[in-house]
Write a protein that binds this ligand. Structure first.
Ligand code: GKE
Length: 371
């Protein structure tokens, strides 16, 4: 791909690679922010919020957003591959802040089955985005990390699994997805020490909500459970025995937490999740009750991830005087309403909706080199 001036009307100073769309002029004096992975679920909600607060938002992504028009969540949409350093440099140029939300990821069925591809893609994106931000003298940089960084041996039980930030070390994440995130946290910390860039890290605990992936193989349990609850008629299919525990964070809490962590003073990784832990059996029943159903749960083999996981919010409360508090019932009520609309728009295939599938990426998704 050769560099082209990304602006069709000269309204912004960035050079973007690949197609780019300028959806609005830059208001006089508006500060620019780049969201890497800006067309993703969390990135687009974050962009919408930052735009509403007067930021000039540059969203960069290798995919477009299925559920939101670009102008809703950004002023410039740079459609480009962030595994390439030159693209990262182009989109972060002139930006005061960078939120790096870009990662090749999905629910447990996806990250367990695509380890090599995710390792390559995410290592490239994370490293290049941080280095480009340093090069462009970005003042603040937030990295979207994950609860998957935590040591597996702390998550072998269904109870007593509230994870403190210090539980990530010594390191033994279950999957290489978490290992890459943990390594990149350390890279952010090192850059923050060596260079004039304030680096911030948020360890997300299973984020869900409207406009998130709800089918196709990358969806996490909240969306999968809404879809299955709406579609199932005989029983509710579940991977594993359902005693696994998790906590889930509604998207609005996630966006609020990202802004607070980015603009706060804590330069260490912070948990960003709720402490409301629930077993998958209880969670399935909750989803069914919101769909007006009470079907038996049928347990089948499937990827299960860790046995139990919860967030310990002691550190974020102490650092920020805030924590995510939207309840799982409230968040799921809003999520299932949106998924119901999507299923109605989609039409047909109701039988398929009651099951989840493991999807494996092909080597095509790795190609950076051309022959
Ligand atoms: N996705 C999904 N779909 N999970 C199901 C299903 C289903 O149809 N049925 C049962 N489960 C169970 C899984 O086996 C797992 O034990 C639990 O629900 C949660 O699965 P999940 O939402 O896909 O992902 P995890 O919480 O295990 O892991 C996710 O953690 C996040 C951070 O907390 C990761 O996949 C990342 O998305 C992320 O890092």
């Amino acid at each position: 791909m050769s560099p082209t001036n990304g602006s069709s009307n000269g309204a912004h100073p960035w050079i973007c690679l690949g197609g780019s769309v300028v959806t609005g002029p830059r208001p006089e004096g508006a500060k620019a922010v780049c969201i890497a992975g800006g067309a993703g679920f969390i990135g687009s909600h974050l962009g919408k919020r930052l735009k509403s607060e007067g930021w000039y938002v540059v969203a960069a992504d290798w995919k477009t957003n299925e559920f939101m028009a670009a102008k809703e969540f950004c002023d410039v949409f740079a459609h480009c591959d962030l595994r390439r350093l030159e693209n990262c440099a182009a989109v972060s140029k002139g930006c005061e802040q960078v939120y790096n939300m870009a990662a090749d990821m999905g629910g447990m069925g996806f990250i367990e089955s695509n380890q090599s591809v995710l390792m390559f893609n995410n290592t490239m994106i994370s490293s290049n985005m941080l280095e480009a931000s340093r090069h462009n003298k970005v003042a603040r940089y937030l990295y979207a990390s994950t609860a998957c960084v935590y040591n597996e041996t702390k998550q072998m039980d269904t109870q007593d699994v509230a994870l403190k930030e210090s539980d990530a070390w010594p390191a033994q994440p279950q999957d290489t997805y978490g290992l890459e995130k943990l390594y990149h946290e350390e890279m952010c910390i090192a850059y923050g020490k060596d260079f004039p860039i304030a680096t911030r890290m948020a360890r997300f605990h299973n984020v869900y909500g409207p406009r998130g992936t709800w089918k196709g193989g990358r969806e996490k349990a909240p969306a999968a459970f809404c879809r299955k609850a709406l579609a199932s008629t005989v029983d509710f299919e579940m991977w594993g025995d359902g005693e696994q525990t998790r906590s889930f964070m509604f998207i609005e809490d996630c966006v609020e937490g990202c802004l607070r962590i980015m603009n706060g003073e804590c330069d260490k990784p912070l948990n960003l999740g709720t402490e409301e832990m629930i077993s998958m059996n209880e969670f399935g029943k909750l989803a069914m009750s919101l769909a007006g159903k009470d079907l038996p749960i049928r347990h089948i083999p499937g990827p299960q991830g860790v046995r139990g996981r919860n967030s310990d919010n002691t550190m974020i409360r102490a650092e920020l005087g805030w924590e995510p508090l939207i309840s799982i019932r409230d968040g799921m009520t809003r999520t299932i309403a949106w998924i119901k609309e999507q299923m109605e728009k989609d039409g047909g295939d109701a039988g398929g909706y009651s099951q989840s599938h493991v999807v494996v990426q092909t080597v095509d998704s790795l190609e950076l080199l051309t022959n």
